[in-house]
Design a protein around this ligand. Structure first.
Ligand SMILES: Nc1nc(O)c(N)c(N[C@@H]2O[C@H](COP(=O)(O)O)[C@@H](O)[C@H]2O)n1
Length: 165
């Protein structure tokens, strides 16, 4: 079965990058994955001054609007690094927040798809032909955190130290 998600208020809305789950990365706490992701577009770019504005944006929608402004100059390697940036942030989100990690685990091996009508890179787009990179990252993180949990359980069973996620 396929699980489609998009809006935060809908079922599985916690999979959206706009969900209000803060992440700490390199000592900085970002309000949402979207805040972090949009800010990373400008690291080392001539428009890096926008980063603090994105950081303090009141909502993920405002952070996204700041990051999507066409007149600003995105870092030159953005297309190369953006999926790595997204993976780092999404992994941290589900490592940090136990409740939504359980929601992610509850999806088992089902296909996760960001049902964005306009985004053919991160989502599936209006006609479902998009690349769905956010869904792919979520499924990768689900596998990675499942493996971590499995090795912790095995370690506990064999009398090792308990160091739960
Ligand atoms: N909830 C939501 N609303 C939107 O308007 C969206 N576009 C998305 N998708 C997310 O948007 C981010 C991509 O932004 P850029 O186009 O690269 O600036 C990414 O977080 C998608 O998951 N979600």
């Amino acid at each position: 079965m396929t699980i489609y998600f998009y809006k935060v208020c809908d079922p599985y809305g916690c999979f959206s990058n706009f969900s209000l789950h803060p992440i700490e990365i390199e000592g900085t706490v970002w309000a949402t994955v979207e805040h972090y992701y949009q800010a990373q577009k400008f690291v080392g770019s001539p428009d890096a001054a926008i980063i603090p504005e994105i950081y303090i944006a009141q909502t993920p929608e405002k952070a996204a609007a700041l990051g999507r402004c066409d007149t600003r100059c995105v870092r030159s390697d953005w297309d190369i690094v953006k999926t790595q940036v997204m993976h780092k942030a999404v992994h941290k989100k589900f490592l940090t927040h136990i409740d939504i990690r359980e929601v992610l685990f509850s999806t088992g091996t089902q296909l996760l798809v960001e049902d964005s009508p306009c985004d053919y890179f991160w989502g599936c787009g209006a006609d479902k032909s998009g690349q769905n990179h956010l869904g792919k990252i979520l499924m990768r993180v689900r596998g990675e955190l499942t493996n971590v949990r499995r090795s912790q359980v095995q370690s506990q069973r064999s009398g090792g130290a308990c160091n739960s996620m």
